[in-house]
Design a protein. Structure first.
Length: 264
């Protein structure tokens, strides 16, 4: 099983590098990137989960409509990606559900920061995907965290996939920068070992960042961005489909997992 996901947020990375960047500019980048992703997913006939911020939902309701109409899942990703708050768990759910007209089941915290699981459960989420259990000094220093799915405080935890043993991360930056054959090998190894594979990307990666030096983006983010990233992800999807791996949403994974355990 392949759980493909996208943190569908307003593009704010230039602000991390001292660039005065407006919400309007960030939305333009992310909307274009999201539509490129949706075009590619439709061509490959696979489903994914889009973790949307409240800001994105409010300013691009037509994109959320397209996501839903094409059979993908919409989950929550806070309200303002740049300035997350404790109240975002409930508020983001209210915003996204009011705009889509559908119940939201999952949450992912901006930048995969820690969350209060009791609050996640209280506001009605069934699963949380806010953990990258990699061994990277800094934000993702999670050597002792569970590497695969687990239950905490009654909420199903769905971490991003990392390789067995050395916990090498297989998230968006890896597909940008690793040689294709290396990423393919590590992803297939992890999928066979765990029985499923979880990875995530952002719409702005599929925007032509290399054409905008004013964004001051680091090379590791600009590398293979835009159309090249569309081609890379398309290649990965086709590789998985070649082996008849099933693409499912996170809610589908929750339902399948509930069937295998007694109590959540």
């Amino acid at each position: 099983m392949v759980l493909l996901s996208f943190d569908t947020e307003e593009f704010d990375v230039p602000r991390e590098h001292g660039v005065d960047f407006s919400l309007e500019e960030g939305m333009k980048v992310s909307v274009e990137g999201t539509n490129r992703i949706l075009d590619m997913l439709r061509e490959n006939e696979v489903k994914a989960t889009f973790f949307c911020t409240g800001n994105f939902a409010i300013h691009a309701p037509e994109v959320l409509k397209r996501i839903m109409e094409e059979g993908h899942e919409v989950a929550c990703h806070g309200v303002d990606h740049w300035d997350p708050k404790e109240t975002d768990f409930a508020r983001s759910k209210e915003i996204v559900e009011s705009i889509t007209g559908h119940k939201v089941y999952g949450y992912r915290q901006p930048r995969m920061f820690p969350v209060d699981e009791s609050e996640i459960k209280r506001v009605g989420y069934l699963y949380n995907s806010s953990l990258n259990p990699a061994f990277i000094p800094g934000r993702y220093m999670h050597l002792t965290a569970p590497r695969t799915w687990f239950v905490k405080d009654g909420v199903l935890q769905i971490p991003a996939s990392v390789t067995p043993w050395v916990r090498f991360p297989l998230f968006w930056l890896s597909l940008h920068n690793l040689p294709w054959t290396w990423y393919k090998m590590l992803a297939n190894w992890t999928l066979r070992h765990d029985g499923y594979f979880v990875t995530y990307f952002h719409p702005w990666e599929f925007y032509d960042l290399k054409e905008h030096p004013e964004f001051k983006m680091p090379f590791i983010i600009r590398n293979h961005s835009g159309r090249e990233m569309v081609e890379r992800l398309d290649r990965l999807i086709k590789q998985f489909k070649k082996h008849y791996y099933e693409f499912i949403t996170f809610k589908d994974f929750y339902d399948k997992t509930c069937d295998s355990i007694t109590v959540l």
